[in-house]
Structure formats: C-alpha cells, structure tokens
Write a protein that binds this ligand. Structure first.
Ligand code: 5RP
Length: 292
C-alpha cells in the first residue's frame, strides 16, 4: 500500500519534451487502443490540427435552465456549424439536436445533484453504455470529484464507465470537477488530473490554471479546457489561447459561448485559436470584425 511518508514534491515535468509513447496515432495516449476507440477519438479531435472545439450545453443536468440555454432547441442548432463536438445530456440531444448532424458527441452520463445541494459531489451513472451505443456517442463524460465527500463514488462511476467503454470501444471523458471548497490551483489540478487519467479515461476535461503546462506534461491523455464562468469575450479568448499554448488539445466551453451576445462569432473566434493558430489578439480582432 503506498504510504504518504517521505513524499517528495514532483518537479521534473520535462515540459516541452514530446510525449515519448505517442506512436503512430495522433491522439495522446491512444496508440495502443483499438480501431473503434481511435475512430471515436478522430471524430472528436481534428486529424489535421489534433485539436477540438467542444460546445458544452450539459449544464441543465444540475443547474436547470441556465441563462443562455433557456431554449436548447434554438441555441444548439445555431451554434452547431462552428463546433467539432457537442457535449450534452441524452435528454437535450434526443429532443433538440437533429440526428442528421455530423458532429462528434460527448454524452454526459453521470448526474445526481442539483443546485439545491450544498455538496454536488454525489453522483451516479445515469446513462448506461447501451444507451451511449444507441446514441453513437464518441465519448462518455463522467464528473469526478477529487478531494470531495463524493470522491470514492465518483471514481467508482468513472471506473465503471471506463470498463464499459473498453468493452464497447467508446472513450471516456473524465471531467475534473472543482467542488465548492476546492482550490483552483495547479497543486489541486495536478493531483486530480493525474488520478483521473490513471483511472484509464481517454480524454480529460479540466480548468486552466498556473503551471498548466506541467499538468499537461504529467497527463498521458489529451486535456480539453472548460471555460468556467462567463468572462468578457476578450478574456475568454485569452483563456483559450493560453490553454492551447499550454498544451491543451481543445476547449470545451459553455457559458463563454452561450452567454455571449455574439455566440456564433465567439465560436468562430475560438475556432481560429484552436485550429488555425491565431493568438488571442488576432482572434479578438477577428471577433470584433465579425460582429460589425
Ligand atoms: C457542467 C460542465 C460543463 O460541461 C463544463 O463546465 C463546461 O462548461 P463551462 O465552460 O460553462 O464551464 O461540466 O457541469
């Protein structure tokens, strides 16, 4: 049993040294996976840039109707053209997203809390792998609460989803959640991101923080960055740029897209950063011109 005695602080992240186990497949950590897993991952991550623009609209699973998402049926089709991957609940997808869309699907499969709870860390697996197969999901998203009261059950949810995903070749997206009392520091995210990746998921979603490049270096699978609360568009674009510069393989923004007055143009500006190497300043200029 590993013990905590004599713990030394990790510091040799070799940031900038390429992932040594990349092999011939372009998605980090996926070289030894089977064809089906790779196919799903290539639906999510563009083979040219290696990156993805995910649009997250799964907030309703615990927040109810969120500002900007009051009408899923109107918002999602409007923003779909600019994104690579749709992250939503099965309820939102089946009712409000045309099945004939050509987007990758990140299916939210965990749930169990609501905004009425003080502690959001107690979830269940609410969508079984059979329904993920029916929906042709390209990955299954599970919230994981490291350091929270629900840590063990959330790791159990994640592990059971990964096990089912390996049986049916569907990747798992481990969502590193930040509980109310957690610090959004690199110390926390290094711990949480590494634990979640070692559970065996194929993609991780987490938040940007200081020393983000070290978190990326220590994580053997691709990281996409959640946007978090709504920021002014210029700041959200800087967040996107800094995330990509730090080694993220994409953004999974929600509120910074659907709460923007110019959400469609915001998606396009994020796309410029993720797939065309724009800086935040170039993307901001693009955005300002696009909204004229
Ligand atoms: C909600 C989620 C969201 O998918 C994730 O936080 C991205 O959305 P936002 O950019 O609005 O934070 O996991 O629980």
């Amino acid at each position: 049993m590993a013990d905590q005695d004599g713990q030394k602080i990790a510091k040799n992240y070799e940031v900038g040294v390429a992932f040594a186990s990349q092999g011939s497949f372009y998605v980090k950590g996926a070289n030894n996976l089977d064809w089906g897993m790779k196919k799903h991952l290539s639906n999510i991550f563009d083979p040219k840039s290696g990156n993805t623009v995910m649009f997250a609209f799964d907030h309703g699973y615990f927040m109810g109707s969120t500002a900007g998402l009051e009408r899923l049926d109107l918002v999602i089709p409007k923003l779909m053209p600019g994104v690579d991957c749709l992250m939503g609940t099965r309820g939102a997808l089946r009712t409000c997203v045309p099945a004939e869309n050509r987007k990758a699907i990140a299916l939210r499969v965990s749930s169990g809390s609501s905004m009425l709870n003080e502690d959001l860390s107690h979830e269940i697996i609410s969508v079984d792998v059979e329904d993920a197969i029916r929906m042709n999901a390209d990955c299954m998203a599970v919230q994981t609460f490291i350091g929270a009261d629900g840590q063990l059950s959330s790791i159990d949810n994640l592990s059971r989803t990964i096990n089912a995903g390996l049986r049916y070749s569907i990747p798992t997206l481990g969502v590193v959640a930040v509980g109310k009392n957690m610090e959004r520091t690199d110390r926390f995210f290094k711990l949480a991101t590494r634990i979640v990746s070692e559970m065996g998921c194929q993609i991780i979603k987490t938040y940007f923080c200081d020393n983000f490049e070290q978190i990326v270096a220590a994580c053997p699978v691709p990281i996409v960055v959640a946007g978090g609360k709504k920021l002014p568009e210029s700041e959200a674009l800087t967040l996107a740029y800094r995330s990509m510069q730090g080694g993220a393989r994409g953004l999974d923004m929600g509120r910074n897209i659907f709460q923007s007055e110019h959400s469609a143009q915001m998606v396009q500006a994020i796309r410029k950063i993720v797939h065309e190497g724009f800086t935040d300043k170039e993307a901001w200029q693009f955005f300002q011109e696009a909204i004229q």
